[in-house]
Write a protein that binds this ligand. Structure first.
Ligand code: AMP
Length: 443
């Protein structure tokens, strides 16, 4: 045993707190977002903010945790998300809270709590937040992940369904991933027609239980719609033969869905009508939709949404219809990387300041401040003394220009500008440097 371990053992004996020797890692299924990765996050966030604002949405942020009951009553007590994946904790007084697994429940709770039904309708809100699901970590499936989403609360018109799909599609298109995605749409009917379909589904599966996987056997009683999107081969075969929801839609649901499709056609947004699309959350009614990867299909949906016309009333609010969409930022970034989409260059550092010697360093701090005040993204390696290591760093930052100065330049009142791509250099007056750099960056 080495000295360090001995020390830890002694500390263990002397202190009441034991010291673990395990290497500290981020919890399973979570990850740090390092600067190179963060550029992607920023691009997604900026795109979402820009598009949502253009469509007239206001940003909302709800707490990371809520009463556990909120999710039981919205997402559904027997949904996988609530039954298996919720992070729940109890306070000393015994109250149960849960980390939010999705965004809609919190937004709806806020709509009711803040009396938003008295605002001009529809209320249009968007969010960009971390979410938590205790799922088995795998590619594209994490325990902490980020979603952006938007909700339109207060109106029933099918044009809004098309508009929310249009917004999601606009974001995909601005992020240059829409070519790899296929929009799937379906209607889950309403409180009037869906129960009849569920009876027909249960009748169909009666006597076929032995062909179903264990999960589907569990779902058969509680949540038979989920049998339609099971990935097990035998379950899929049966689902092809199962009754189709389209034969059970009431007149209003059929007409609503027809209109959504007409609006999408008008918008030239291609879609696949997928009668097996059910989504994993209980609150949906009528239109549901997802954007699937062309190769992986449902396994790697980047986002999905739909109508939840009864949720606000179910949670104690007024009886107003609503709809929403949420997408996973990590999955979108994975798509951008697969498609080799580069982050636009203007995120990079523009100017790198390389001072040589103590006197130059003193001037460098002020010079950096002046450059930043002029709106230029500028940085410098003030702790480095060698020219070589400073230029290496300038390259890493992706700066287009470096400005270099030492004792001689300070005496002459000059400074060197180096074009990092061409490797060429010129000498200019120190007092004019900010103006010259601004002009050069304009070109
Ligand atoms: P959902 O409403 O559950 O369909 O989630 C919407 C989107 O969030 C999905 O299409 C994924 O892009 C993303 N998402 C959901 N769960 C996870 C997870 N565990 N890890 C990463 N992304 C997820």
């Amino acid at each position: 045993m080495n000295e360090e371990n001995n020390l830890i053992d002694n500390l263990d004996k002397n202190c009441s707190v034991s010291v673990s020797r395990e290497k500290l890692q981020s919890p399973k299924g979570t990850h740090d977002i390092l600067p190179d990765e963060y550029c992607y996050f920023e691009l997604v966030r900026n795109t979402v903010e820009k598009c949502c604002k253009e469509f007239g949405f206001g940003r909302i942020s709800t707490p990371i945790f809520e009463n556990k009951e909120l999710f039981q009553r919205s997402v559904g007590a027997i949904s996988d998300i609530v039954e298996k994946e919720l992070y729940v904790f109890k306070t000393a007084s015994g109250k149960e809270y849960a980390l939010k697994p999705e965004g809609t429940a919190g937004v709806v709770r806020a709509y009711i709590q803040h009396g938003m039904s008295s605002w001009p309708q529809p209320v249009q809100l968007y969010y960009i937040e971390p979410h938590f699901r205790h799922d088995r970590p795998q590619a594209g499936r994490f325990r902490q992940f980020h979603q952006f989403g938007f909700e339109v609360i207060g109106e029933i018109d099918p044009v809004l369904d098309a508009q929310i799909i249009q917004l999601a599609n606009q974001i995909n298109s601005d992020l240059k991933i829409s070519n790899h995605l296929k929009l799937q749409i379906n209607s889950l009917g309403c409180a009037e027609c869906r129960p009849k379909y569920i009876v027909a589904l249960k009748d169909f599966y009666f006597g076929k239980e032995r062909s179903l996987c264990d999960s589907c056997n569990n779902r058969l009683e509680k949540n038979p719609l989920r049998l339609l999107d099971c990935k097990a081969e035998d379950c899929q075969l049966l689902s092809f033969l199962a009754p189709k929801i389209s034969n059970f839609w009431c007149g209003e649901c059929a007409s609503h869905f027809t209109q959504v499709k007409e609006f999408l056609t008008e918008l030239k947004i291609p879609f696949v009508e997928n009668l097996s699309l059910v989504r994993g959350l209980d609150y949906y009614t009528r239109t549901v939709f997802e954007f699937w990867d062309e190769k992986d299909g449902a396994q790697n949906a980047i986002g999905g949404g739909g109508r939840y016309d009864k949720l606000i009333a179910d949670l104690g609010g007024v009886d107003v219809p609503a709809l929403g969409y949420a997408a996973g930022i990590e999955r979108i970034i994975a798509h951008m990387k697969t498609a080799e989409i580069k982050i636009p260059h203007d995120q990079n550092m523009q100017i790198f300041v390389a001072p040589l010697g103590v006197e130059a360093k003193k001037k460098a701090l002020k010079l950096l401040e002046d450059l930043r005040k002029a709106g230029i993204r500028a940085s410098g390696a003030l702790g480095k003394n060698s020219m070589k290591s400073q230029m290496k760093l300038a390259d890493r930052f992706g700066a287009s220009l470096a400005i270099i100065f030492g004792q001689i330049e300070i005496q002459d009142g000059t400074i060197i500008i180096r074009d990092m791509k061409k490797g060429s250099q010129e000498i200019v007056l120190f007092k004019d440097i900010v103006k010259i750099i601004k002009n050069k960056l304009k070109k």
